[in-house]
Design a protein. Structure first.
Length: 169
């Protein structure tokens, strides 16, 4: 049985991804090591790490109704965007395969493989309790820096909080 992670907030979701990826990055070869940062925006980020960085950014949420009873119960999918921004110059005279350096797109697989399947504690059906990939894409290549966007979904419960009425005060 795998350990379950309890996630209720965006901050907790980003923290779980940050901890998981920080551990995974330590397993990379020295030439493939990258930084890991929480991003405020993608557009204004300036890459300072020699090889690259994996940036974490909240990407929004989707909500689906589960019950129509007196209590609002929904499935919330928290979307976290992971942006590997990797410096890479491929010399056709000495292809990168000779140096065994990860290609920029390989960081997409690295992210998906390390985050997919994290089991989330929630009250959803059993098949809706794991982190899963939603989409990945090449965002841009500029000045030998390749930026990809990987969107991961985290299924969590959304249950309405009890409201205080004038009679409760």
């Amino acid at each position: 049985m795998t350990d379950e992670v309890k996630i209720d907030t965006i901050r907790e979701a980003v923290k779980v991804f940050e901890d998981t990826l920080a551990h995974a990055i330590k397993t990379l070869e020295q030439q493939d090591m990258v930084g890991l940062e929480r991003l405020r925006t993608l557009d204004q980020y300036k890459l300072v790490h020699p090889r690259g960085v994996i940036g974490l950014l909240y990407g929004g949420s989707n909500y689906e109704s589960i019950t129509k009873g007196r209590t609002l119960l929904m499935k919330r999918t928290i979307l976290v965007t992971i942006a590997p921004m990797i410096r890479f110059i491929d010399n056709s005279m000495q292809p990168s395969e000779k140096y065994q350096t990860m290609m920029p797109a390989e960081y997409v697989d690295f992210i998906v493989n390390n985050l997919s399947g994290i089991t989330i504690f929630n009250h959803l059906p059993e098949n809706e309790r794991k982190v899963y990939p939603i989409r990945d894409e090449l965002f841009k290549e500029e000045d030998y820096v390749w930026t990809y966007l990987v969107t991961m979904g985290i299924p969590v419960d959304f249950i309405e909080k009890p409201r205080l009425t004038g009679q409760d005060c």
